[in-house]
Design a protein around this ligand. Sequence first.
Ligand SMILES: Nc1ncnc2c1ncn2[C@@H]1O[C@H](COP(=O)(O)OP(=O)(O)OP(=O)(O)O)[C@@H](O)[C@H]1O
Ligand SMILES: [Mg+2]
Length: 316
Amino acid sequence: MNEIENQAILFVGGKGGVGKSTSASALAMMYAKSGKKTLIVSTDPAHNLGDIFHINIGKGKTPLLENLWGVEINPEMETQKYINGVKNNLKGMVKSSMIDEVHRQIDMAASAPGAEEAALFDRIVSIILEEKVEFEKIIFDTAPTGHTIRLLSLPELMGVWMDGMLERRKKTNKNYSQLLNDGEPVEDPIFEVLQKRRDKFARVRSILLDSAKTGFIFVLIPERLPILETEKAIEMMNKHDLKIQGLIVNKILPPTADGSFLQKRKKQEKDYLQLMKRKFIEQKLYQIPLLEEDVCSVNHLETFAQYLREEVYRGV
Ligand SMILES: Nc1ncnc2c1ncn2[C@@H]1O[C@H](COP(=O)(O)OP(=O)(O)OP(=O)(O)O)[C@@H](O)[C@H]1O
Ligand SMILES: [Mg+2]
């Protein structure tokens, strides 16, 4: 995997069930085995890293193999943590007569659409900024396509949203002194909190946009709808200046799969592979065969990784 092995941060995306977690795990294992300290992060609420490595992943970073650690982010828990953080930040700043109303408003914001994604994104941002010092490689195993794209477009949305908030806070600062301090002028602590978050997002945004630092890989299977969806995903990501550099074409029928039923499917797959080669000229295609068994052990992952390394599978 020459093209994508240099970036320190990799996002693995794609439709449901195509093999994202398997690909992300195989890549992570591959890097770890080559001596790079690696962290694999699952952002999908339906986690299965633990199942793949047969290890119960706890709340923090859990060792999986030599040089490899895993983290599973729980969006619900992150939202709660995020909300508690906001409430704590306001402790002692808001008049006690106002506290119930302020908390009510914060709780309402927590159940608004997008709140979980925002909290999840917040955690991703922190992981990128904090763990990149310790780990040579950070691999994100993401939730199915639509969600991932939304998530990755968030830094931009956040930027706009944040700027608006900062502007509004500047304007309300006067009234705010009134609320907090009976009219005495005060520093606006909320403004400071927002400003810090804004700086943090800006830093991560520049990392995500830097193709030398961050890589995006999509996994798909050789069928019509996943091809169309991947095409759309590439377009969407392009709009946000994010480039998908690699496509893992998974579950290709191997030559050993025989019988007239499979012959027909193989013919179809061959056409789709041709189509992919024509459509996805800017992406590198990695072809992986459908294996005889599920990929649910380190040995299976090793077989899977071998195909990624060699890029030579020409089974159809
Ligand atoms: N090349 C392969 N050969 C055989 N089985 C495979 C292959 N790739 C993946 N699988 C199996 O397919 C199933 C789905 O794979 P995986 O969990 O990696 O998909 P996913 O894209 O992460 O799914 P989700 O969208 O639910 O997170 C798993 O049981 C996995 O073991
Ligand atoms: Mg998965």
